[in-house]
Design a protein around this ligand. Structure first.
Ligand SMILES: [Zn+2]
Length: 1038
């Protein structure tokens, strides 16, 4: 295979390739002499770290992993003595009642008992949130299919789980060719993740292959479609074609997306000319399953990374269902095949959960209809996976209630025909948006309201951030999402709170100072938040003069707490968004904090302290805000410790976002300033939803328990989101409460009700359908390793806070060990030596090691507390697509880019270099390498770098002339420069926020950051990938 030859040639040199590498390895440091485990060719034996000079056991003994039992798992609580196993009871608590202490060391998967971030609310605190002012009578107070107030304790018993009827996968498997022989080292041909580019291009045959293109009814597999609870699509043909490109007729119109810098069309599969026969689709599912289960010995497989992006696995569903399924970019499950019982799930030792990106920038079908068709029993929205019993009745796919089809649903506005309810867009689109009628409002939709809260202390003014914020606001004032009702206001603070009267009619803005921080009051409540279009000139005046107003200040105090209280008072009547810019630890009034970080302890401390908040002031205020539909976003720009663990609560519980710019300084740190400018532009102009709630429903028998992200849980499955933005991700954990034996498929539906910035009440609905399976091999075959890692990362963040960092680290390692052990004992029929994994999980140990070395969880290196806490925040609320490069960066060689295999995006050729393993072995001094970590791009230039790259791309004559701090590639008129800039530009466009490019050489300050991401290499405190594999193997073989 083409890709493979490249890997082999790079591998050929094995452990001795350091000679050509960028690092000098002292000759005496022979790995064998150090007692190191000899790695086979292809595995790096040691890192360039000076760590290898230390005594043996300091780095060869994987101490963290050899701790005595009890074993730590992310799926159950840590030992009952050390940590409260559950949050205090409260009326809003979505969790299970107390469970008996677990004594078994190897406890089956059970609903996690550690608290969700949103839960531990005291009774008194939560009381006034019981009656939200703005709610949705339809979303609120409804029985949900999964509701199970007691969250009955799942069975603790293991089930042999192999006597149930065949599933889809089984049925398909049994009729097909045998699986590929084990040990096959050919790489699978990766199916690419659709990119922005892909979605707009014409479908190719491979797209159709993936999405399904059958136009005819799916012929039922024997024994599949005739069960009593079958939710299979009825014999009515899903013939609806994508609405994109189809002329729209009222009342539907495509959702425009004026705020997105990267508009993506909703990827609705269309029916193409090249249709697959049912037989072919069956074969494709089957080969997919056998490829996913191909046995790999990780100790011998060196080349696990596919050359390009790793696609989400396709659920093992009949094509007619799969082609209607929700895009994995929006909705993803850790297991694309749902186990029939909790005991099967326990046995597989894999986490079950969903990852959502519900408000992603998309063009999607929008329906205006006076009747939104929902199940009368569980309130599920009608969706592609319901079944029509006949033209007048449909059966809910979540609770199985039979509902009537309303008269007006009989008319199909797309085909303009009558009597085809199954062809309505609601039944043809897994992602759809409704314009809600008035019963979805308790009050008129709120206007867009923006309040900016600006730190103007001496420290803040010194960083120069105020100019950037004011300038950016001036530039984007007309692009703020909103309409003629949009309101805006400004508050600045140091040791006092300054309000600005911007009332229409004033000749200039009027500053009103409140010095009494004890009992905050609003000096002129009616003129502090003003209509933006009416008062735009005064707003402009203020933004122009604000940066100069405080240049001489010597005030070092920061009364953030009182300022936030003022903001809350100001915003309470309407709701809206508060944007806080803070540059130091608040030290005056309520919410004042003291530094809790001891820099000397960073690297040496046995465990990391102060990951939980120092005071509950910010959390309480956030909950007050949430009750009044106010979200608080925090921009933290600081060189010093700011206690993000405490301050971040203000955003976390009010559904806001946190942005962090360590060492920010407008002059001294131009790269950070550029990032801040670009991020602000995105932040100010992106889409926003107000007074939102999101409910996730699932088929009866499944239950959702722990939520991850920024929100407040209002009732068991209703998330309160005062604001929702297109860059927010969510995750939930699930358990299987009842046997799903009678079901072929289960469905999940996320419904997001929000007020658009134009004052429309809208509901965005995503529905995903997944098969139910009853064999361990089918469960493993459907494992989605990236989704699993995304969910485990969130669970580990919670564990770090509720228990300890070391506990979380052990638990992550155990997650890999346990599932591979389960695979070995329950799936493998033939035992072989080595560390065996199914192909679909071959990256699991690597990703776990990557998490252990991630800023959030690493130990042994000096990691600033705020940096660590920020990484944890990101792991909790970033959508999976943005999370993966943070966990496992991508490395490419750039000095030999060619157009071979390049993409063509709007007439621009984008080279696609292959991804390299994260080890210094892949670097060489004669090359230039790019590392993409999500937030930063590092272009490392080797000392002997190809002179043509230096001159044609970097525009310098030789290596010495590469500047130490360079953040921009010159625009040279050469083919090499065009290619390199095209590729880097394309990478930058893959995410909503701005990654900074650092061009570095060996002497550059950023080289450490670059090298720290070489996950496969050993460091002072962490194992190499090969050592980690040996450790896992040792545990698995026990
Ligand atoms: Zn229902």
């Amino acid at each position: 295979m083409m890709s493979n030859s490249g890997i082999n040639s790079q591998n050929g040199t094995g452990g001795s390739s350091h000679v050509n590498g960028p690092f000098q390895i002292p000759a005496t440091l022979n790995p064998q002499a150090q007692g190191c485990v000899a790695a086979p060719p292809g595995f790096p034996t040691m890192s360039p770290s000076k760590a290898s000079l230390l005594p043996d056991q300091d780095y060869y003994t994987p101490r963290p992993y050899q701790s005595a039992p009890p074993r730590v798992s992310l799926y159950h609580s840590p030992s009952s003595s050390s940590v409260p196993s559950r949050p205090p009871e409260g009326p809003l608590q979505p969790f299970s009642p107390a469970k008996p202490a677990v004594h078994n060391h190897r406890v089956p998967l059970s609903p996690p008992l550690q608290s969700s971030p949103i839960v531990p609310v005291s009774n008194s605190l939560s009381q006034h949130h019981q009656q939200p002012r703005t709610g949705d009578p339809y979303m609120d107070n409804q029985v949900t299919p999964s509701s199970n107030p007691g969250f009955s304790q799942p069975s603790m018993a293991y089930s042999s789980g192999n006597v149930t009827p065949p599933s889809f996968c089984n049925a398909l498997q049994s009729s097909g060719p045998p699986p590929a022989p084990a040990g096959n080292i050919l790489m699978p041909v990766p199916r690419r993740i659709p990119t922005a580019h892909d979605i707009t291009r014409a479908p190719t045959s491979s797209d159709q292959h993936e999405m399904g293109t059958m136009t005819g009814p799916y012929p039922p597999q024997p024994g599949q479609m005739n069960k009593k609870a079958s939710t299979a699509y009825p014999s009515l043909v899903p013939g609806y074609q994508s609405m994109l490109g189809t002329p729209q007729t009222l009342p539907m119109h495509p959702l425009t997306q004026p705020y997105s810098s990267l508009p993506q069309q909703y990827c609705q599969p269309s029916v193409g000319p090249a249709q697959l026969s049912p037989t072919m689709s069956t074969l494709s599912l089957q080969s997919q399953t056998s490829e996913a289960l191909r046995v790999m010995n990780l100790l011998q497989e060196r080349t696990l990374l596919p050359p390009g992006p790793i696609p989400a696995p396709t659920p093992c569903l009949p094509q007619d269902l799969q082609k209607l399924n929700c895009s994995p970019e929006v909705f993803r499950s850790t297991l694309t095949s749902i186990p029939q019982t909790q005991s099967l799930l326990n046995k597989a030792k894999l986490p079950l959960g969903l990852l959502l990106h519900p408000f992603k920038d998309l063009s999607l079908p929008v329906v205006t209809s006076s009747t939104i068709v929902r199940c009368r029993s569980c309130r599920t929205y009608i969706n592609p996976f319901v079944s029509f019993l006949d033209q007048r009745r449909w059966k809910c796919n979540l609770c199985y209630r039979v509902n009537d089809v309303p008269e007006e649903f009989m008319y199909n506005p797309v085909s303009k025909s009558y009597g085809e309810p199954h062809k309505r867009p609601e039944v043809q689109n897994a992602t759809i948006e409704f314009i809600a009628p008035s019963e979805y409002m308790l009050r008129p939709p709120q206007p867009a309201v923006y309040l900016f809260l600006l730190d103007v202390s001496h420290n803040a003014v010194e960083t120069g951030y105020l100019d950037v914020v004011c300038q950016s606001l001036l530039e984007n004032l007309n692009s703020l999402p909103g309409d003629t009702r949009t309101k805006i206001g400004f508050v600045t603070f140091d040791s006092m709170i300054h309000f600005y009267n911007l009332q229409d009619g004033l000749s200039q803005p009027q500053m009103l100072i409140v010095s009494d921080l004890e009992d905050i009051f609003l000096p002129t409540p009616d003129s502090l938040l003003v209509n933006l279009s009416e008062c735009k000139e005064l707003v402009r005046d203020l933004l122009k003069s604000l940066p100069q107003m405080f240049t001489k200040t010597m005030e070092t105090h920061s009364a953030l707490g009182p300022a936030l209280q003022a903001a809350f008072k100001l915003m309470s009547p309407t709701g809206g968004r508060v944007t806080v810019f803070q540059t130091q630890l608040p030290n005056l009034g309520v919410g004042a904090l003291k530094s809790r970080e001891d820099p000397n302890q960073r690297a040496s401390a046995k465990d990391v302290q102060h990951l939980s908040p120092a005071t509950d002031f910010y959390k309480k205020l956030a909950l007050d805000c949430s009750g009044q539909q106010v979200a608080v976003d925090l921009f933290l720009l600081s060189a010093q410790y700011c206690d993000l663990a405490t301050l971040g609560c203000i955003s976390r519980y009010s559904a806001g976002s946190v942005y962090f710019y360590p060492s920010y300084h407008s002059q001294h740190n131009p790269a950070q300033t550029e990032r801040f400018q670009k991020d602000l532009k995105r932040y100010l102009t992106r889409k926003i939803g107000f007074e939102a709630v999101m409910r996730i429903r699932c088929t009866k028998g499944l239950s959702i328990h722990t939520f991850h992200g920024n929100f407040f849980v209002r009732s068991t499955d209703l998330l309160s989101l005062p604001n929702v933005n297109p860059d927010a991700g969510f995750a939930v954990q699930m358990s299987i409460e009842e046997n799903l034996m009678d079901m072929q498929v289960v469905s999940f539906q996320a419904a997001l009700l929000y007020t658009s910035s134009k004052g429309e009440r809208r509901i965005r609905v995503h529905t995903m359908c997944l098969p139910v399976v009853n064999s361990m091999s089918d469960i493993f075959a459907g494992a989605d390793v990236q989704a699993i890692i995304g969910l485990l990362a969130s669970m580990a963040v919670d564990r770090s806070v509720t228990a300890s960092l070391s506990d979380a680290r052990d638990a992550m390692t155990n997650a890999a060990i346990d599932s591979l052990m389960s695979y070995r004992t329950s799936v493998l029929t033939m035992q072989q030596p080595g560390l065996l994994a199914p192909a679909c999980l071959c990256l699991f140990p690597l990703y776990i090691l990557a998490l252990l070395k991630q800023k959030a969880f690493r130990t042994g290196t000096s990691t600033r507390l705020d940096d660590r806490v920020f990484a944890m925040c990101q792991l909790k609320y970033q959508p999976l697509a943005y999370l993966m490069p943070m966990i496992h960066p991508s490395l490419y060689r750039l000095d030999d880019l060619t157009d071979e295999g390049a993409l063509n995006v709007s007439d621009c050729t984008i080279p696609q270099p292959r991804m390299l393993q994260l080890t210094v072995e892949k670097l060489s001094r004669d090359g230039a390498f790019l590392m993409d970590t999500g937030s930063d791009l590092y272009l490392w230039v080797g000392r002997n770098c190809n002179p043509s790259f230096l001159s044609q791309v970097l525009g310098v004559q030789n290596y010495v002339n590469v500047p130490l701090n360079m953040n921009l590639l010159p625009e040279l008129d050469t083919a090499e420069s065009t290619r390199t800039r095209a590729f880097i530009g394309w990478l930058k466009e893959q995410r909503p926020f701005y990654p900074v490019l650092h061009i570095i050489r060996d002497e550059s300050p950023h080289k450490t950051s670059f090298m720290q991401n070489m996950i496969e290499d050993r460091t002072e405190s962490a194992l190499s990938y090969y050592e980690f594999l040996l450790h896992v193997q040792q545990q698995v073989s026990k």
